[in-house]
Design a protein around this ligand. Structure first.
Ligand code: F0G
Length: 355
């Protein structure tokens, strides 16, 4: 089997790259599209998950970051900077470390999942943790990048980020042989829904593969687009999408309206129920933020906004291992602690094996 070469090489024709662009890669992309067998059967539809947690740093951010960091290096930057709810910082730090650039990340204190913080630290980022939220962090890094020529902003307002991220839409179409009827996706800073829509449109122009209806889902406590107003103090268990003033707001609204889709809010309870259901019935552990899209999928199937018989892809944006604390808090069935007594242990195991 041919060894996948990463996005810059595999999609050179469809990305703004040239001979001068460094061939940076951690072999991102080519992620699995897994059929959700038990949910498909339950709802009489053909449901798939695009498992972006299979990317090198465990989230979809790698698709955009490989492009943003390669282009920063090509342009002669020595440092990349970003604000982040966690995944962007992990990805930026990984690609910058590989490209020989420095990384500075600004994060909201206490609101970053443990795995993401560990990653950014290991990859050698300089981390500034502020007593503010993501939106405030983004405002600060935008200002710094505007003032300093050799520092490149790698948040999704950097256009190369969306270019890289659009490749996930190409992969979905290549596997299904056509666009799905619907795409359900979590919405935070609103870059990814915009990138998928760009990807589907570009592929449709080339291959007449059709277009999906884009169904985006914000967390209820951070639902700026749904409420059509900035949320100054966003709150949700899904810290990845705890964002009250999405940078790609208007692009996301355009994706919704051009595709005939919707952007709705899901509650933390719906997110956590989907989180447990997906891991417990499909064997796929995706982080809470990713499950906003799954919660929205389930609701849309139940209320008929997505009809029976539809082909639907839900984007699982990040790996569940990113946020072990939420997983352990959420699950009521805790490990059974027993003394080191062989007979007692065997007796207990026999009793549970009949459940
Ligand atoms: N899912 C996960 C796991 C994320 O980390 C993010 C965003 C989203 C969904 C939402 O994507 O912002 O393109 O609408 N995380 C950013 C970060 C903000 O800093 O890691 P979006």
């Amino acid at each position: 089997m041919a060894n996948w070469q990463g996005l810059i090489k595999e999609y050179s024709e469809l990305l703004p790259v040239s001979e001068e662009t460094p061939k940076l890669t951690l072999h991102e992309g080519d992620t699995p599209l897994i059929r959700l067998d038990s949910l498909s059967e339950k709802y009489e539809a053909d449901l798939y998950a695009k498992v972006e947690g299979a990317n090198p740093t465990g989230s979809f951010k790698d698709r955009g970051m490989v492009m943003a960091v390669a282009k920063a290096k090509e342009a002669g930057a020595h440092t990349v900077i970003c604000a982040s709810t966690g995944n962007t910082s992990a990805s930026a730090a990984a690609y910058a470390s590989r490209a020989g650039l420095n990384t500075i990340v600004v994060i909201p204190e206490g609101k970053i999942a443990l795995g993401k913080l560990a990653q950014a630290m290991m990859y050698g980022a300089k981390i500034v943790s502020i007593e503010g939220n993501f939106d405030e962090a983004l405002k600060i890094v935008r200002r710094i990048a505007e003032e300093k020529d050799d520092i490149t902003l790698v948040n999704s307002v950097n256009p190369y980020r969306l270019e890289g991220q659009k490749t996930a839409a190409f992969e979905v179409v290549d596997v299904l042989g056509k666009a799905p009827d619907y795409l359900t996706i979590p919405v935070g800073n609103a870059g990814n829904i915009s990138a998928y829509w760009k990807g589907f449109k570009e592929y449709d122009e080339k291959k007449s593969c059709g277009l999906p209806k884009m169904f985006g889902f914000e967390a209820e406590g951070a639902a700026a687009i749904v409420n059509d107003e900035i949320i100054p103090q966003p709150e949700t268990v899904a810290t990845a999408i705890r964002i009250g003033n999405p940078a790609s707001w208007s692009l996301a609204v355009a994706a919704r309206d051009e595709s005939g889709g919707t952007i709705e809010a899901v509650t933390d309870d719906e997110i956590l129920a989907a989180y447990e259901l997906l891991a417990g019935t499909e064997g796929i552990f995706a982080e809470p933020g990713s499950n906003a899209g799954v919660a929205g999928l389930i609701r849309s199937l139940e209320n008929g906004k997505i009809e029976k018989g539809s082909t639907v892809v839900t984007v699982l944006t990040g790996n569940g291992l990113k946020d072990p604390e939420t997983a352990i808090e959420q699950i009521t069935q805790k490990p059974k602690v027993l003394p080191n007594d062989e007979d007692q242990i065997i007796e207990y195991i026999e009793s549970i094996s009949k459940d």
